[in-house]
Design a binder for this molecule. Structure first.
Ligand SMILES: Cc1ncc(COP(=O)(O)O)c(C=O)c1O
Length: 455
């Protein structure tokens, strides 16, 4: 097919709900390591990794060598048979989970399915149906996962889900209580107590949260936040589910899972994306007690697929062998330093946040009012594309730039990224915006804005 035929067929034969970045969709033809190439052969430095999914570089030689072998050995038999790749992956994951407590895995094909399984397990384990989720969260595209999601643009009408309440999130840049950390004493976490008492029966099945809210724009809670929330939820009979679809496998630097940065041992974790480096896989991993409570028959035809689980095991082995948790911490710190430099230079950058190789910029019209700048974010995406750089967009206001290169990226890649991003900022936003002094007061609410789908 020619380039035009591909673009036309995509427009004509896909659901219109399938949306693309950029005014003109970018047609990607191939990729290798940290670069992707468009249909005209133009290279782009990929600092988004297919939404935090390409964890060890595109078409990684070591991962793909094992995948090729597996494709020629055994491709599919379904979950009703035992296979070595699935068993080996489950064993490896059990050895990595926080406190060694989560040792039972259930494999599916996506983060959405992983979260469906987690919520079902919480409900079976506790006998309650009530769930606490967070505002600004994203948990997937099934009816239930949309019900968990805390962003209106990602909740299609017609799929109401009873039994889910949404707590305020720890959005320090725009504190929902108008407070400032640490003087706030993490009021948002303590408010979960009142939410449970006022908006549920008082006995809940559990809490689900992302250690760093991904689609929400890498909103990063303060270090005490999840321990306080976990204590409250457990006091009310619930279990703690960490949605690690974006934050797992070393992404946040130095630890395998994002929730470990907060010193909390969850009862269940879910993952997908970076586990397979692009091969479809979903994971729900739980303590034996929670896993055992899921009684009755359940299957996932493709869950535990030999090719996907071989890829995932190869990814985890590679992260281990190449010490990528350390690289994510060290190169992540370097990346953060470069982003802080850009914040000092460009007034449109209101906030820099994240951990490890999961960093975001929140763009604002004005640092005093913190009015979100979705148009600047859209312009910056276009300019970055022109400069051969891919980054992601996010945030409930569509004004966050998400940066998530592969975990094996180097400091010189980061320097090249920073040069291209700087150039893009100069081209698109700095020209029409003078540099202002950083605002000292945190917690102002955003001014009126158009809400727009983010990512
Ligand atoms: C935190 C989180 N949970 C769940 C999902 C859903 O995953 P999937 O798109 O694989 O269904 C996503 C997807 O972006 C996510 O970011």
């Amino acid at each position: 097919m020619t380039k035009d035929e591909i673009l036309l067929a995509s427009q004509e034969y896909l659901f219109p709900a399938v949306f693309h970045y950029y005014q003109e969709p970018l047609l990607i033809a191939r990729a290798k390591d940290q670069f992707v190439y468009d249909a005209d052969g133009r290279a782009y430095l990929d600092f988004f990794g297919g939404i935090l999914t390409v964890s060890v570089g595109h078409c990684n030689d070591k991962v793909n060598a094992q995948v090729h072998r597996q494709v020629d050995t055994l491709q599919h038999v379904s979950i009703v048979f035992v296979t070595e790749p699935q068993a080996a992956l489950a064993k490896k994951i059990a050895s990595l989970t926080p406190g060694g407590r989560l040792t039972k895995s259930f494999f599916t094909n996506s983060g959405t399915e992983a979260n469906e399984t987690a919520i079902l397990a919480a409900r079976c384990y506790t006998g309650s149906t009530e769930i606490v989720a967070l505002r600004h969260s994203y948990h997937g595209r099934s009816a239930m996962a949309m019900g968990l999601t805390g962003q209106g643009s990602w909740r299609m009408p017609g799929a109401p889900q009873p039994g889910i309440v949404h707590a305020h999130n720890a959005y320090c840049y725009r504190c929902p209580f108008g407070l400032t950390y640490p003087a706030c004493e993490v009021r948002c976490a303590r408010d979960v107590e009142e939410l449970i008492r006022s908006s549920t029966s008082g006995r809940v099945a559990g809490f689900i949260g992302e250690p760093i809210q991904g689609v929400g724009g890498f909103i990063t809670p303060p270090k005490e936040y999840f321990a306080i929330v976990a204590g409250i939820v457990r006091d009310h009979g619930g279990i703690f589910i960490s949605d690690e679809v974006q934050t797992a496998w070393g992404r946040t630097g130095g630890k395998w899972f994002g929730i470990e940065q907060y010193g909390v041992v969850p009862d269940v974790m879910t993952s997908a994306k970076g586990l397979g480096n692009g091969f479809p896989i979903g994971l729900t991993v739980a303590t034996p007690e929670v896993a055992d409570s899921l009684q009755g028959l359940t299957i996932s035809t493709f869950g535990g697929n030999p090719v996907a689980t071989t890829a995932a095991k190869a990814v985890l082995d590679l992260i281990d062998a190449e010490n990528l948790l350390t690289n994510a911490a060290e190169t992540g710190a370097h990346l953060r330093g470069r982003l802080e430099e850009l914040r000092h230079k460009h007034a449109v950058i209101g906030d820099v946040r994240g951990m490890g190789l999961m960093q975001a910029l929140e763009l604002v019209e004005d640092r005093q009012t913190k009015a979100p700048a979705p148009a600047a974010a859209a312009e910056l995406m276009e300019a970055a594309r022109r400069n051969g750089l891919l980054v992601g967009k996010g945030g409930m206001y569509g004004n966050c730039i998400r940066i998530s290169p592969p975990l094996n990226v180097s400091k010189s890649d980061v320097d090249e990224f920073a040069r291209r991003l700087d150039r893009s900022l100069v081209e698109c936003v700095n020209g029409r915006k003078p540099l202002v002094k950083p605002a000292s007061a945190a917690g102002r609410r955003p001014a009126k804005h158009r809400s727009k789908p983010a990512s």
